[in-house]
Design a protein around this ligand. Structure first.
Ligand code: 6PG
Length: 250
């Protein structure tokens, strides 16, 4: 895709630095033009390093934190103080360390009954985001991770949530983990102005090859379904995660 960029960083520190610099540039651009920066955070462990980098004095002063509006791309169906909560991870790594406005934090209500929580979050998106292409809310930046099975956000291989074209947020039951999740749907993810995949480590090398390698022209894996219509997609990964990308090309 002409609107896709692959950035191979030296190591995880370089990945966090490059991601933070791009984040800061985008935040400045959107705050200058629109007075705010709307962001969907990713869960999992990889983004922790970026969040921690953004909380350093170097980046604290580069970003107008009071104009940043925080949303989530997905959430576990747990209370906000639960060890598995994506909100809790972001609060500990970033939100508690920078001068954000509490009213600009729109967490997914993981403590509520899943389907109710999904409907509640849809209303939040409808009330707080501009709509692109008519009927889909548009984020300025969406952060995503990549699972070793090719899932992203909480869109897992073979799950019916991948077929959703109308809803903005759904609450799929994920067999593999034996739990419900809350997740933005593909129409919302693909409506983002900018999408950053953050991928690190040797363990992700095989799935990165499968998702991005030449031979897999299919779109079976959820991460391959992230194809923004007008937005820009950037893969930020370290050398370990990218180590199989140029091998076994067919
Ligand atoms: C989550 C994430 C999930 C994550 C991937 C990669 O809630 O866990 O949304 O999609 O990004 O599983 O996770 P790691 O970054 O921990 O490898």
């Amino acid at each position: 895709m002409e609107n896709e960029e692959i950035v191979v960083c030296q190591d995880i520190e370089d990945l966090n630095r490059q991601a933070a610099e791009r984040f800061a540039r985008l935040a400045a651009e959107f705050v200058d033009h629109a007075g705010r920066f709307t962001l969907a955070l990713s869960g999992g462990s990889t983004p922790k390093g970026l969040y921690a980098r953004l909380a350093t004095p170097e980046f604290q002063k580069k970003i107008s934190w009071q104009q940043v509006c925080f949303f989530w791309g997905d959430e576990r169906c747990v209370p906000p103080d639960h060890p598995e909560s994506n909100f809790r991870m972001a609060r500990e790594a970033l939100l508690s360390k920078v001068p954000v406005l509490p009213e600009n934090i729109y967490r997914m209500p993981g403590e509520n009954e899943p389907e109710i929580a999904a409907l509640e979050y849809e209303e939040i998106l409808k009330n707080h985001l501009p709509f692109a292409n008519g009927n889909v809310p548009r984020f300025d930046l969406i952060l995503l991770g990549l699972g070793d099975d090719g899932h992203t956000a909480s869109l897992f291989p073979g799950n019916e949530a991948l077929q959703e074209t109308r809803r903005l947020v759904v609450a799929p039951y994920v067999e593999k983990i034996g739990a419900y999740r809350l997740t933005l749907t593909l129409p919302v993810l693909n409506s983002g102005s900018h999408i950053f995949f953050l991928v690190a480590g040797e363990a992700k090398a095989a799935i990165v090859r499968d998702v991005l390698g030449k031979k897999s022209a299919t779109e079976n894996l959820p991460a391959q379904r992230i194809r923004p219509k007008k937005g820009r997609l950037v893969w930020l990964m370290d050398r370990e995660a990218a180590s199989l990308l140029n091998k076994g090309k067919t």
